[in-house]
Design a protein around this ligand. Structure first.
Ligand SMILES: *Cc1c(COP(=O)(O)O)cnc(C)c1O
Length: 435
């Protein structure tokens, strides 16, 4: 057992002053049991905790740290920006720079508005879609997570599934009624919903690759089908690329699949680890946003100069180093291949889904193509696996329904270490199953 005395003490104290001891639910380890680890520092591929343990990091701050932790490109840009004050509340040069980078990288974005989180991006994109189309209803997919604003907390993924609250108290019935849910990958369900709500749907919002019920990659034909229906029905297609943007390719899932949404929401990598989100799309739609147009949306700290400095440095690096996407994919494939070999040796047959530098290991033998499939995974077994991995020094996401992220700092040696930990963890939890 590694020593986590200080994490225990801090968590004890944290529970007195913070609801559940944390500032975001999944961090509390409720789904896996035990004490959350308090991290003190992180560098490259490693997290270092308060008790002096180190872990190879497969969460990467839930996505942003695609270059690993404290990458000098980002830390230097931030150190430089800090000298010029933390915030101006006026336009500044770095906002123009990041907008130029985003529009150059993301195929469907012609204009962009910066906000402070993914939640704000999706919330604002929906308001814009409603304002632009003059319609109220939206279609989303079961198990997709689009942040914690009211309209999306209906059969939502991520922390919402982990905590067993598919919808949350506090979401008004009226708001919930305007959110229509279809199962992921089911085009026919979408067609039926549209037929029943003719001319009332403002937007379809989707994670073009889902990462919030674990990793699920839809068939291209499904996304293409959504594009076609949206064009026919005058509905806006919104790709929520908060997770996949700058992760699956420089231009996100839309570049990978070659399918262009009307609006895109971004977050996570876009801030290089700072709290940043953005939404963007076609000029004529984005010009509906205030002050160019009538749809109001604002932010005291939006476009914050320190956050923009971090984001610009991150995006510029990715823009100038497109080869890293191949490297990330190879590293991930290597890890997945080794896991498959481990499972063959242990006569196990769990499902691994992966794409680019995202992957999930589901504790079920079924194929996982939608939320219902994901729900079949054995959560108790997952909890044991999670703790066994921690013991081996690998920081896995503390929920069956989160995706793992690979950073450019994971070398082939690290990949071997992760694979070895996986073998030992699987072997350990199966021995304990048998007795
Ligand atoms: C993380 C995430 C969000 C929410 O972003 P926050 O910055 O946590 O508010 C929205 N959509 C998707 C697809 C995400 O993965």
């Amino acid at each position: 057992m590694h020593n986590i005395v200080k994490s225990r003490q801090l968590f004890e104290k944290a529970q007195h002053y913070l609801p559940g001891g944390v500032n975001s639910p999944v961090r509390a380890f409720k789904a896996v049991g035990g004490t959350p680890i308090f991290i003190k520092a992180a560098k490259g591929p490693y997290l270092y905790d308060e008790d002096g343990n180190s872990y190879l990091d497969l969460i990467n701050a839930w996505g942003p740290m695609i270059l690993g932790h404290a990458h000098e490109v980002v830390t230097e840009a931030v150190a430089k920006a800090i000298k010029d004050s933390f915030s101006f509340g006026t336009p500044h040069r770095k906002e123009v720079e990041i907008a130029t980078l985003i529009t150059a990288m993301v195929p469907s974005i012609e204009k962009v508005r910066m906000v402070n989180a993914g939640t704000e991006a999706t919330m604002s994109a929906i308001r814009l879609a409603r304002g632009y189309t003059g319609k109220d209803k939206i279609i989303k997919f079961e198990g997709c997570y689009h942040g914690h604003s009211d309209a999306f907390l209906i059969e939502a993924g991520s922390g919402a599934i982990t905590m067993g609250v598919p919808s949350s108290p506090g979401v008004p019935g009226g708001t919930a009624r305007d959110t229509l849910n279809a199962s992921y990958g089911n085009l026919q369900a979408v067609e039926e919903i549209i037929a029943k709500n003719k001319d009332q749907i403002a937007a379809i919002i989707i994670e073009p690759v889902s990462g919030n019920m674990g990793c699920i990659v839809p068939p291209r034909a499904f996304l293409q089908g959504l594009r076609t229906i949206c064009d026919q029905e005058g509905i806006l297609l919104i790709f929520d690329e908060v997770m996949t943007g700058f992760r699956l390719a420089r231009g996100g899932a839309q570049e990978l699949f070659g399918i262009l949404p009307d609006l895109t929401t971004l977050g996570k990598i876009i801030g290089g680890g700072m709290p940043v989100g953005a939404y963007g799309g076609k000029k004529e739609i984005m010009d509906f946003v205030s002050p160019a147009g009538p749809v109001f949306q604002a932010g005291t700290l939006s476009g914050n100069p320190i956050a923009m400095a971090a984001g610009c440095a991150m995006l510029r690096y990715l823009y100038e180093h497109p080869a890293i996407y191949r490297l990330l994919e190879d590293t991930t494939q290597n890890i997945v291949n080794q896991f498959q070999i481990n499972m063959e040796q242990l006569e196990l047959n769990y499902t691994i889904n992966h794409i680019g530098s995202m992957f999930s290991l589901f504790f079920t033998e079924n194929e996982v193509k939608d939320f219902k499939d994901a729900q079949k995974a054995d959560k108790v077994l997952f909890g044991k696996y999670f703790h066994a991995m921690l013991q081996q020094g690998v920081y896995w996401a503390p929920s069956q329904f989160e995706v793992l992220f690979v950073s450019t700092e994971i070398t082939p040696q690290h990949a071997d270490q992760i694979a070895e930990a996986n073998y030992k963890a699987l072997a350990a939890i199966h021995e304990c199953l048998e007795d």
